[in-house]
Write a protein that binds this ligand. Structure first.
Ligand SMILES: C[S@@+](CC[C@H](N)C(=O)[O-])C[C@H]1O[C@@H](n2cnc3c(N)ncnc32)[C@H](O)[C@@H]1O
Length: 403
């Protein structure tokens, strides 16, 4: 009775504050719409106990309730996230905008390997349901804004290879090589001698197969290896969508390792997600907690200012910075559409719970990039203090010559 009263007060309160295309369906079949607009999202509360999730509606709480099957949510993922975010905003005033869990993870090699296996070793078929055919799992580059995902991913790789001014026959280390798309392109276009490292066994197996099928085994070595165990020096280093796993405290060590792996006149390009909170805080409204719990254990995002500082601490000079936030919002939106379009296959491959986790995660990320809660930067660097001749004087080399 008490919960029912609380819920009814909550619904009245919400109606007074918000106009949301949301229908709440109660356990007894009663339906309550939060506005006169046709509902685009329905949240079904299967029993009285499930009402508590609505009473404290952070992204983390509602996301967890959906994943665990404690509530049912119907609608396009994009609408779901927008509605849940509006609800979460109403309850957050007391907590402060960027309530951050007081934590900074210790990243041992073993812990990182476990976290990677948790995220990436679902199955290759699972990732094929929403990624492009090259299986690039990072922000694409929409040079003209109207490309399909596959071309935008290849354009991203080409953009990076031009940024680092890769020369024919040079050595290239790709830290976190995923399924091998970047090293394959670098070998095909530049005859580069590449090493790609990943911690995911599934990625390792498929990347090696792809290298074999492309006839590039003489140029590319894929390793199941932590980047901290790589030895030697490379003319060029790329790290795309990997440094989110490194951890805030460990960023200077990460950049120092890159410094040590770079040839004296080498060039590095780091591409990754940042938070827009200047204090390296969580994304607002509990989204970060959800991701930590269900998606990327021990992932941590730094503010761009913090990243640039850590690069300097790692003895790297920053020579170029580009913001691709909008590009990641679009990439995630396309992934979400692909994911929804292949919902039945995803459920058959990975189960309903994992479907729900990735559904919330992909749509939530698209939303977070759109809102500028999180961002994406490509940063080019060189060894500090080198009189580098590796990069031209202007940025013109980054753009293909107009035809
Ligand atoms: C989001 S995926 C990006 C893959 C690829 N760069 C792309 O753009 O498609 C992150 C990659 O980082 C790798 N990774 C994470 N931590 C690593 C570590 N400590 N050493 C080596 N690879 C790591 C993962 O195995 C995965 O291949």
């Amino acid at each position: 009775m008490f919960v029912k009263n609380q819920l009814s007060n909550w619904i009245d309160g919400m109606r007074a504050q918000l106009t949301l295309p949301l229908r709440i369906e109660l356990w007894n079949g009663q339906q309550v719409d939060l506005s006169s607009e046709a509902p685009r999202v329905t949240i079904r509360l299967p029993n009285v106990a499930s009402a508590r999730y609505l009473l404290t509606p952070s992204l983390s709480n509602l996301g967890a309730a959906y994943v665990e099957g404690a509530i049912e949510v119907k609608g396009k993922a994009r609408d779901m996230i927008a509605v849940v975010n509006a609800l979460a905003r109403t309850s957050l005033k007391a907590e402060g905008k960027f309530a951050r869990l007081a934590r900074s993870f210790h990243h041992s090699k073993q812990k990182d390997a476990e976290a990677i296996r948790y995220h990436y070793d679902v199955s290759n078929e699972f990732y094929q349901q929403f990624l492009d055919p090259h299986m690039v799992y990072s922000c694409a580059y929409f040079e003209n804004g109207d490309e399909d995902l596959a071309s935008a991913q290849l354009k991203k790789i080409d953009h990076i290879l031009r940024k680092i001014a890769l020369q024919p026959g040079q050595t290239l280390l790709d830290i976190g090589c995923g399924w091998g798309a970047l090293v394959i392109r670098a070998a095909q276009r530049y005859n580069a001698r590449c090493v790609g490292v990943t911690l995911s066994e599934n990625q390792y197996a498929l990347a090696r197969q792809r290298v074999r099928e492309a006839g590039l085994e003489h140029l590319i070595e894929i390793r199941l290896q932590d980047y901290r165990d790589v030895r030697g020096q490379f003319d060029r280093i790329t790290s795309v969508g990997m440094f989110e796993h490194v951890g805030l405290r460990h960023l200077p060590e990460y950049f120092t390792a890159i410094h040590n792996l770079l040839a004296p006149d080498g060039v590095v390009m780091n591409h990754g997600i940042t938070t827009t909170d200047p204090d390296n805080g969580e994304t607002p409204y509990g989204g970060g907690e959800f991701i930590e719990k269900y998606v990327f254990p021990h992932g941590e995002l730094a503010h761009i200012g913090h990243v640039l500082r850590a690069m300097q601490q790692g003895a790297l000079e920053v020579s170029d910075v580009e913001n691709l936030r909008r590009h990641y919002a679009r990439t995630c939106a396309i992934w979400t559409d692909n994911f929804e379009a292949h919902g039945d296959q995803v459920r058959a491959l990975a189960g309903d719970k994992r479907y729900r986790i990735w559904h919330v995660y992909l749509a939530g990320c698209a939303y977070a990039f759109e809102q500028d809660w999180i961002s994406l930067y490509q940063i080019v660097g060189r060894k500090a203090g080198q009189r580098s001749a590796a990069l031209p004087w202007s940025r013109q080399h980054m753009y293909p010559a107009a035809t």
